[in-house]
Design a protein around this ligand. Structure first.
Ligand code: NDP
Length: 336
């Protein structure tokens, strides 16, 4: 059984020596445990945080420990009530072939789920993040304007599509013309602006003639800077992620603009609220799940997935994810 362990803490972007691939025996489940075979491994931006020992909402992975990660897996042997051989489950199986589980946090998807890997995306953690951040903090109202970056990614693509269902104008921000085209043509956003193109801030301004009522924050950096001057009075900012700074080793150069930011927030009575999906909104999972499954079945929500074969390719695929290489939700297929 292969597994990726954390070999060293990255300084800046993770590299090929951040993780180490090891070979170990397949573990034996004890009473009240089961052995699962990981089939799909989810790659998510939060994993960069777990590689670091900076203070955060969750403990870092220790050096020499298996890298954490959500998986879609199959039960090999079970000594646990509620799970039997052949069941598909979503679990925290980690970056490895096999894992032991005591069932905590595991969802049983039965013997024959449709599109099992989607449980790592639109029907799972990223989907809940999008849906809950938008509805609970964004407080969307029909006719309002929403802006979201990372618009072709699992969270951003879902945020914009849910906003459209709720009657908002949805403007995406994404890197490059191909992603932008996809966001408008396949996902049905009203517009998408390429933040890597010259004149980005002006182009964004043109797409939000009535200002911005909700800015769903996934990235930070220059996108936030461009959004700031268009925020309407009473705007809401679900603070979900700041991917542009996950690999940063220091604060950006330039003048301290915190005072200006607070001034805008005060005068425009802006609400910005951070959240950690399962801690804050885990209790809404059943409601989310039912609604999102319905929308996906009705074809109201589209989902793009990028499947990369081979557990050995996970580190490179993850490094690329942080560099904007992913086009849709990136998952590793560990086994066919
Ligand atoms: P994504 O696939 O959207 O993340 C990767 C994408 O981010 C890239 O493809 C790239 O898209 C974009 N990106 C990378 N660097 C930059 C940059 N410097 N500036 C602007 N965009 C950049 O990931 P997810 O959909 O899984 O997650 C989206 C965000 O939500 C992340 O910040 C993540 O940490 C956060 N999150 C937060 C949770 C919570 O509980 N608070 C839970 C889950 C996710 P492009 O090429 O378009 O730039």
């Amino acid at each position: 059984s292969r597994r990726h362990v954390l070999a060293e803490r990255p300084d800046g972007a993770p590299t090929s020596s951040t993780l180490r691939l090891e070979e170990v025996d397949v573990p034996e489940p004890k009473k009240d445990q089961m052995l699962i075979r990981n089939v799909y491994l989810s790659l998510d931006p939060y994993m960069r945080g777990r590689m670091s020992d900076a203070e955060s909402y969750a403990d870092p992975v220790k050096i020499g420990e298996v890298m954490v990660g959500g998986t879609v897996s199959r039960v090999v042997t079970s000594k646990l009530d509620g799970f039997e051989e052949g069941d598909w489950v979503t679990a925290q199986g980690g970056w490895q072939d096999y894992a032991l589980s005591d069932g905590e946090g595991v969802i049983n998807m039965g013997k024959d789920p449709e599109k099992p890997s989607w449980a790592l995306g639109v029907l799972g953690m990223p989907g809940l993040t999008a849906w809950a951040g938008l509805t609970q903090i964004g407080q969307p109202k029909s006719g309002e304007t929403l802006v979201v970056a990372g618009a072709s990614g699992p969270v951003g693509s879902t945020v914009g599509q849910v906003a459209k269902i709720l009657g908002l104008r949805a403007v995406g921000v994404a890197g490059g013309p191909k992603k932008c085209q996809h966001v408008v043509e396949n996902l049905g956003f009203d517009a998408c602006v390429d933040y890597k193109a010259k004149g980005f801030a002006d182009a964004l301004g043109k797409e939000v003639p009535d200002g911005i009522d909700i800015y769903y924050e996934n990235v930070g950096g220059q996108v936030f800077d461009a959004v700031l001057s268009h925020l309407n009075t009473g705007a809401r900012i679900p603070l979900c992620g700041l991917i542009s700074q996950y690999n940063a080793t220091s604060l950006p150069e330039g003048p301290d603009r915190m005072g200006m930011l607070k001034g805008i927030m005060l005068k425009k009575r802006i609400t910005m609220r951070g959240f950690i999906v399962f801690d804050d909104f885990g209790h809404l999972y059943p409601e989310f799940s039912e609604q999102m499954k319905g929308w996906v079945q009705e074809g109201k929500i589209h989902y793009r997935e990028e499947v990369i074969d081979g557990l050995e390719n996970a580190p490179e695929a993850f490094i690329g994810l942080l560099e904007g290489e992913a086009f849709g939700k990136r998952v590793i297929r560990i086994e066919d």
